[in-house]
Write a protein that binds this ligand. Sequence first.
Ligand SMILES: NC(=O)c1ccc[n+]([C@@H]2O[C@H](COP(=O)([O-])OP(=O)(O)OC[C@H]3O[C@@H](n4cnc5c(N)ncnc54)[C@H](O)[C@@H]3O)[C@@H](O)[C@H]2O)c1
Length: 260
Amino acid sequence: MQLSGKIVVVTGAAQGIGRALCERFHAEGAAKVIAADLNIDGAAETADRVGGSAFACDVSQADEVAAMVEKVQADVGVIDLYASNAGVLARDPDFKDASSASEEDWARSWGVNVMGHVHAVRALLPAWRERREGYFLATVSAAGLLSQVGSATYSTTKHAALGFCEHLAITHKDDGIKVSALCPQGVDTAMARGADARTPALLDGLLSLETVAESVVQGLAAEQFLILPHPQVAQYMLNKATNYDRWLGGMVKLRRATGW
Ligand SMILES: NC(=O)c1ccc[n+]([C@@H]2O[C@H](COP(=O)([O-])OP(=O)(O)OC[C@H]3O[C@@H](n4cnc5c(N)ncnc54)[C@H](O)[C@@H]3O)[C@@H](O)[C@H]2O)c1
C-alpha cells in the first residue's frame, strides 16, 4: 500500500509510536489522518501537527470503536488503513511470581491489547468486504513472537493479538483485506523508558520512532504480514522454532541475568 491519498485512522496516537505513525503517514501524503486516543489532548496535538482530526476513543470499548469508525466513514469516507496501535504494558507486581498480576491488569491488558483489534475489525469489515479492500495494521510486539520477561499479561495478550492478526489474514485474504503485524522490541517511547534497564527486551537497544515509522512504511509498501524493525527478531524466531527447549533455556538465562 502506498499512503498517498489514503484515509487513515491511528489509535494510541497521543504520543509514542502512534504519533510517529501519524506524522509519517501525513508526510507520505495521506489524504486524512485521524488520531484516536484515550488522551484527547495528546490526540488533538497530534492531529494539529498533521492537519488531521482527533477522536476520543477507548479501544477496549466496542461501542466507542464502532461509533468512531461509523463517524469517520460518514464524515470522511471509508477508512483505507486502520493502524490499531494502542497498547498497555502492566509489569508483574512480583517478578518471581508468574501469576502475580491482578485481575484488573489482566482485564485491561486483554481489553486493550487484544479486544481493541477485534472491536476495530468488527466495525471495519462490512465496508471493507463490500469494497473488497482494506488494510489492518496492528502494533503487536516482539513479545507476541517471543516473550516479555517480567510481564505475564503483556506476553500473553501480545501472543493473542498476533493470533488474531493471523486469523484475520487467513479468513479475509479472499475479501481483499490486507494485514500487517508490527513487532518491534524496544522503541524509544514512554512505555519503554518506564521499564527497568535490565529488561531483556531492551538488550538490543531502543529504536528511534523514525526508524520504526520507516520500517512500517516499507512493510506496508511490500504488503508483508510481519514487520520487524529489529531484524534480529527473525533469527530469534528461527531459534525458537528450531529448538524450543534451548530457546526457553536462553530466556531463563536472560531472566536470571536481570537479578529479579
Ligand atoms: N515502546 C516499545 O518498546 C514497544 C515495543 C513493542 C511494541 N510496542 C507497542 O506499541 C504500541 C504503542 O506503544 P508506545 O510505546 O507508543 O506506548 P505509549 O505508552 O507511549 O503510547 C501508548 C498510547 O496508547 C494510548 N492508549 C492506552 N490505552 C488506550 C485505550 N484503551 N484506548 C485508546 N488509547 C489508549 C495511550 O494513551 C498512549 O497515548 C503499543 O501497542 C505497545 O504495546 C511498544
